[in-house]
Design a binder for this molecule. Structure first.
Ligand code: PBG
Length: 322
């Protein structure tokens, strides 16, 4: 035998030398939920280890997050009240606007990204405004643009539209520019599937649709070419980075998007992916820590430059230990 692949697996030092993919803390974006009140740290039962913060506790926590080496957080807001058009999403004193200002004041070098969507703010739980029982694309664009501008005014570094309306990246880009916020970036949830893996998030963000589902705006899990089309459209519309979501059941899409465009590609390791590992670990069916690291590495290997994950802090801790 001339070729023996095992020669390169013989010792830890050799394995280190030939390792093709490395996960590092700079790849990770942590996800946080913020709600009204003070001193709040309400556990999210379907996502063990994750909590809903208030503005003050989130700002405290932000220091620790940055000290751990994590470069960025993405913020989701739970408003004080919901209405049919999600007006609290673009209010100057809205929950996300307050959180962004407080975090940037306390930890200026932590990159803050905000989720831009209406589902947390509408009483019907859909990601846009309704007309005749369906989500009205173009009417929603105006509200999303307002929301993005209000986040920019609060000091956000980047906005991340997750609504899946057509044309939202262009609408947000032009509204930000008109408001003098051309430095604020757009991380587009470009390839977002209508997935059952968002279940725990909908508890965490209190945004389950009150009727129907999101299949008329989020993508059909069966479609791959359409995902490439979505990503390329967002590139044309001015996205700075594009995202694939969920991550693990769509590793092929991460790979395709990496090949198809030049922007940084992010992948969102969603709530259901997190919850499954935590649940199996609680039952002692898997080694949760090892499975977490294997999953994050596989997302990176598939082609993701950045990973949005509820595991960010746990993984950062492990990566620091080396
Ligand atoms: C919508 C949004 C969702 C998630 C992120 N942004 C839920 C949805 O589309 O229904 C899901 C994230 C997760 O499951 O962790 N604003």
């Amino acid at each position: 035998m001339i070729i023996r692949p095992r020669r390169l697996r013989r010792t830890p030092a050799i394995r280190d030398m030939v390792r093709e993919t490395r996960l590092s803390v700079e790849d990770l974006i942590y996800l946080v939920f913020v709600k009204p009140g003070t001193g709040v740290r309400d556990p999210i039962s379907s996502m063990p280890g994750q909590v809903q913060y208030s503005v003050d506790t989130l700002a405290e926590e932000a220091e620790g997050i940055r000290e751990e080496g994590i470069p960025a957080i993405m913020v989701f807001g739970l408003p004080d009240r919901k209405d049919p058009t999600g007006t609290r999403s673009w209010a100057d004193d809205g929950i996300v606007q307050q959180a962004v200002a407080a975090v940037k004041r306390r930890v200026p070098d932590l990159t803050v990204i905000t989720d831009v969507c209406l589902c947390e703010y509408t009483d019907h739980g859909h990601c846009g405004v309704l007309r005749d029982g369906d989500v009205d694309n173009d009417a929603t664009l105006e509200i999303l643009a307002r929301q993005a501008v209000s986040h920019a005014e609060a000091g956000v570094d980047m906005v991340a539209p997750s609504d899946m309306m057509d044309g939202r990246v262009a609408a947000i880009r032009s509204a930000l520019d008109r408001a003098g916020r051309s430095n604020v970036g757009i991380l587009s949830y470009a390839v977002k599937y209508a997935s059952a893996f968002y279940g725990p998030f909908r508890e965490a963000a209190e945004c389950t649709p009150q009727f129907g589902d999101r299949s008329s705006y989020q993508m059909d899990p069966a479609n791959a070419r359409e995902g490439v089309k979505e990503a390329l459209l967002d590139v044309e519309e001015g996205a700075d980075m594009v995202m694939v979501k969920p991550a693990l059941p769509y590793l092929d899409m991460i790979h395709r998007i990496r090949e198809a465009c030049l922007l940084p590609v992010a992948a969102y390791n969603v709530s259901g992916e997190y919850a499954m590992i935590k649940a199996a670990e609680e039952k002692c069916w898997i080694d949760g820590t090892r499975v977490m690291m294997e999953v994050l590495l596989s997302i990176k290997r598939a082609g993701a430059d950045l990973i949005l994950t509820y595991f960010a802090r746990e993984a950062a801790h492990l990566l620091r230990q080396g």
